[in-house]
Design a protein around this ligand. Structure first.
Ligand code: ADP
Length: 613
């Protein structure tokens, strides 16, 4: 067994790996960038090595620095986590060449599954059903259009080197094909330096079902059943569960056997996932589930598999990397109960899911009887440099409903401030009738997401409770402490005036401003000030750049009238486009942004003023 391990990652997955390594008595070495000097994974590891400045391409993506850190600290093995260098065959080879143990599959397995077209061909040859489509070399646009027509619309154009939901275009009709192909190729060339595409039948009522597989160096391959990751937003997973709702034993047996064949075809060692797409228009049927791709690493959603099988997948990874056989045989593995995971992001659903950064002044995420995998702590910084996922909330139950209710409860009891999170959105998604029924397809959020995104409001009772505790300090209130009657008074809720009902005397311990936490959301309640209400206080309608980035479009001019929610400008940051919108009806009183300008975090881009009524 290896004695020491360097974790070439950060955030929750680095902490997750450290936890198991510690339980196994393995010494851990963390690596970190400037922005992560005080990060949780650095605190939890036995040792930590600084490897560069904050951008990932100057730290977590530099293989040589990571290998040097392992040498310097005497670490014997490197675990890549997910993302970053985890599916980089050259890095895996360099680790081996440096005489270190790579906790992952052989570089040749990574390469075989690296490009979607080659992987699909390999799988078809191994007798694994693949999504119908064209996956050949010919990239002539006219030829590809013919193929699309033959497959039948709608079709999906996919960059063969794509990943993370990027480089895909759904095309509904032949007339749109040429434009969509060109735009997909442009994105693929820019993001993956490879503009080759394949064309697939677009599956209607699609469900994303994947199978966890595991191989060792003794020729064994087992599966650990399936996960359902159909609840997605823009092709990114939001809530995952295991097993898949509506999966019967015969279908499961066929699917899992296909997954094992897929892993065997690439001589697979370690933890891997075979992703399938199912046409669920008539439930889950073995003849309507097709191979999509293989992820040659540990997956974000691996905890739901751990919760229903009782297996610690990181422990298995470390044992297999040390040359041991897989600890259990296929017939020793069984599904016990149901597990669900929600991805908690530092982002603001009300602002188009814009990442939210800053200090976590409040970070409460009770585990109850579930599990929380996180990479942050109260007082930590959420920086703009990395993926905004701050925690995974995982619940297990005897059955699906029990797991769903526990997950909801854990999210409802969370309180995070001032960083915004998607917790209310997750709670709404868990409550959606289709989710409750277990009939989610990947398009659900696209169709019904607006209702889930609605900004929650605190109940009158929660406001009264918070306001009562502030009463003696509220300058406008002027209540007599012994006044028994019910009355209302103005307060500021997140800077907006609200009337709050008060009854009886106020609390002994007054506070100038209070946080109201309810149902997984947090608001700030402050004493009302006349100068901060109508007319728009400074800051109130200030449109600040939420992160460093580039203005790519300005949709309004100074003096324009705007309505609440109207798009003001578009910012490109963290490789994504973000729309900044008007917080309320008003006029553009100030505009400091022009297309093409680079802006710093918190730069005042525009200011909206309420119109006098
Ligand atoms: P990536 O590598 O970018 O994650 P995938 O090939 O895994 O891309 O696909 C991502 C998601 O896109 C899937 O989970 C599914 O929701 C959707 N998708 C992929 N292929 C199809 C298809 N043929 N028909 C319908 N939806 C698809």
């Amino acid at each position: 067994m290896i004695n020491s391990l360097l974790i070439a990652n950060r955030g929750e997955i680095a902490c997750r790996i450290i936890r198991t390594a510690r339980e196994m008595g393995i010494r851990t070495v963390a690596v970190y960038s400037d922005a992560d000097a005080k990060a949780l994974h650095v605190r939890e590891a036995d040792e930590a090595v600084h490897i560069g400045t904050s951008p990932a391409r100057e730290s977590y993506l530099i293989g040589e620095k990571i290998i040097a850190a392992a040498k310097e600290t005497g670490a014997e093995a490197i675990h890549p986590g997910y993302g970053f260098l985890s599916e980089n065959a050259e890095f895996a080879q360099a680790v081996a060449d440096a005489g270190l143990v790579w906790v992952g599959p052989k570089p040749s397995s990574i390469t075989a599954m690296g490009l979607k077209d080659a992987a699909k061909k390999l799988m078809a040859d191994a007798g694994v059903p693949v999504t119908p489509g064209y996956m050949g070399e010919n990239q002539d646009p006219a030829f590809l259009a013919e193929q699309a027509a033959e497959i039948g619309y709608p079709v999906l154009i996919k960059a063969v080197a794509g990943g993370g939901g990027k480089g895909m275009r759904k095309v509904d009709a032949a007339a749109d094909f040429a434009d969509m192909l060109a735009s997909c190729q442009r994105e693929a060339a820019a993001s993956f330096s490879n503009d080759h595409v394949l064309i697939e039948k677009y599956i209607l009522t699609p469900r994303h079902i994947e199978v966890q597989v595991f191989g060792d160096t003794h020729g064994n391959v087992v599966h650990l059943f399936e996960r359902d990751c159909s609840l997605q937003r823009r092709h990114q997973k939001v809530i995952e569960e295991a097993p898949a709702p509506g999966m019967d034993e015969a279908t499961r047996a066929e699917l899992c056997a296909a997954a094992v064949r897929a892993a065997q075809a690439v001589d697979y060692v370690g933890a891997g996932t075979i992703e399938f797409i199912a046409d669920a228009s008539e439930g889950l049927r073995a003849d309507r589930i097709w191979f999509m791709e293989m992820n040659t690493r540990l997956q974000v959603e691996h905890p739901v598999t751990e919760e229903i099988t009782g297996v610690d997948l990181v422990e298995w990874q470390l044992r297999v990397a040390s040359g041991e056989p897989i600890p259990l045989k296929q017939d020793e593995l069984a599904i016990n109960g149901w597990a669900m995971e929600a991805r908690l992001y530092a982002e603001d659903p009300a602002k188009g899911f814009l990442p939210s950064i800053g200090t976590l002044e409040l970070f409460q995420l009770p585990e109850h009887s579930g599990r929380v995998d996180t990479g942050v702590y109260e007082g930590a910084e959420v920086s703009p440099f990395y993926d905004p996922m701050i925690a995974k909330v995982i619940a297990w139950g005897e059955d699906r409903e029990e797991a769903r209710e526990l997950l909801s409860e854990m999210l409802e009891d969370s309180a995070i401030w001032p960083v915004r999170t998607n917790s209310a959105f997750l709670i709404n998604a868990l409550d959606h009738p289709d989710f409750v029924a277990g009939t989610v397809d990947t398009g659900l959020i696209g169709r019904d997401g607006d209702a889930m995104t609605e900004e929650p409001a605190p109940t009158a009772q929660a406001l009264t409770n918070a306001a009562m505790a502030m009463v003696p300090r509220s300058p406008q209130a002027g209540f007599r402490l012994n006044a028994p009657d019910v009355r209302t008074a103005p307060f500021l809720l997140n800077g907006e005036r609200v009337e709050v009902e008060l009854h009886g005397p106020g609390a002994e311990e007054p506070a100038p401003a209070m946080l109201v936490a309810e149902g997984g959301s947090v608001w700030q309640l402050a004493p009302w000030r006349a100068d901060a209400s109508a007319g728009g206080a400074a800051g109130d309608g200030a449109i600040l750049s939420p992160m460093p980035g580039k203005v790519i479009a300005v949709d309004v001019a100074a003096g324009d009238k705007v309505t609440k929610g109207q798009k003001l400008l578009t910012l490109e940051a963290m490789k994504m486009e973000h729309s900044l919108t008007a917080p309320f009806d008003g006029v553009v009183a100030e505009l400091n942004a022009s297309a093409g300008a680079q802006v710093q975090v918190e730069a005042l881009l525009a200011r909206i003023e309420k119109e006098e009524t």
